[in-house]
Design a binder for this molecule. Sequence first.
Ligand code: NDP
Length: 335
Amino acid sequence: NCILVTGATGFIGAHVVDNLLARGFSVRGATRSSQKGEQMKAARPQYASKLDFVVVEDFTAIGVFDRVMEGIDAVIHVASPFFYDTTNNEEELILPAINGVKSILSASAKPGSKVQRIVMTSSFASVVDVNSNPPPDFTYTAAHWNPLTYEEAVDPVSSSVVAYRGSKKFAELAAWDFIKDQKPQFDLVALCPPMVFGPVVHPVSKLEQLNESNSVLWSVAAGADPLPGARVPAWIDARDLAEAHVQALITPEAGGKRYIPVSPNPFSYELAADIIRAEFEWAEDTVTRNYTAGEKPRASYGVDGETVARELGVKYRPFKEAVVGLIGQVHQTLV
Ligand code: NDP
């Protein structure tokens, strides 16, 4: 079976590629950069016959995937713009996210397509209502939707953080609407992870190329003072998230469902600072002491990760493993 992975040369996508290869699947990775595709292949010589890359242009227009679907049995759609340094939120974040979804779903629904399932990486951003102040015993589940409107998301006065949340919500909605309206031959599974951390397996040759979530975590090791504030108190290791994507692909009953893969343990950057200082001698001098110890981060709400553990069979790594994996790797290879 051959699986098309979009965003294959990004942080999460590359972990998904590795999980699929380790299970014996053939993988076609989609990337905007042939060079990154070559680097991914060169780093995995043992999979030379199982891994190929196609260059697919930026998601500014719909139709970019039409010519790469030959022989594809299923799709894991990870690609979507995730950065906050924007000049036009609608053009750089929201429309590409939506167009990416429409492109991949319409290409997969074309006559002759063998695609049976599409798993897409949505986000907890399309679940959480950041303006509500839920009681301490409140737990978000996959039944919740961010109430942000399209008008609020594209409003030029909205920050890129708000626009990114809109990009994920409206991209996911576009996917569910496509299934409802077009009734294609494939079904859909949407995964809504919160913050994702962990070592990288995609090509990163400079610190500036580190993906958004990991670069905030690295900033703690590099001496951010004050520490960054956690926008959501929930996280998952990228390797566990990759496992959730592949389990969602191969578990028949997952079709048509929305899931939140999330570790049961909350996180904070204070807790990350404690871990980094305890694990790395060099960090003694860099990590700020200007905070109250974060050993017991207090989440203001819970997020249901048990459904994914139970229905998709995913086990969650401890926060320390994600932190030590990423920080040790960056310190050794990028600074
Ligand atoms: P990366 O920035 O590492 O990966 C993003 C990927 O999307 C890249 O492979 C990139 O392609 C592709 N991409 C971005 N913009 C475009 C565009 N305009 N046209 C075509 N391709 C594009 O980030 P992550 O791996 O962290 O993010 C992957 C997915 O996970 C995204 O959908 C993101 O919203 C979601 N997510 C991430 C979380 C996190 O904390 N990291 C949390 C929740 C969800 P290329 O490699 O060719 O540059």
